[in-house]
Design a protein. Structure first.
Length: 102
């Protein structure tokens, strides 16, 4: 897992042709806005979260975010334990995101 600043995350994401953006917030939070093309899997889903993550392609690079960066950091750690080599945590989360939100 790597913690990336907002600038590092956006720059690396824009240059990555193998990227998946993963939103691990609750549905209520997602309803307030989501980064375009993000996949939503709620980390509070417990075993359902783990099951859904295990279905993801481990060869992709995952850019993970939540509201502040704490839950996404936990999600990246779980993903690493499940065999994902490239999970990047957005420090500061969507709260500090300056890019597009839909």
């Amino acid at each position: 897992m790597a913690d990336l600043t907002q600038e590092e995350w956006a720059k690396q994401l824009s240059a990555d042709t193998n990227a998946v953006v993963l939103d691990v917030r609750t549905q209520d939070e997602v309803d307030e806005g989501i980064i375009p093309n993000a996949v939503h899997i709620d980390i509070y889903g417990g075993q359902e979260f783990i099951s859904k993550v295990e279905e993801l392609d481990k060869t992709k690079n995952y850019y993970v975010y939540c509201r502040s960066g704490n839950r996404s950091g936990q999600a990246c750690a779980i993903m690493n334990q499940l065999g994902f080599d490239n999970a990047y945590n957005l420090v500061g989360g969507i709260t500090e995101w300056e890019g597009d939100i839909v």
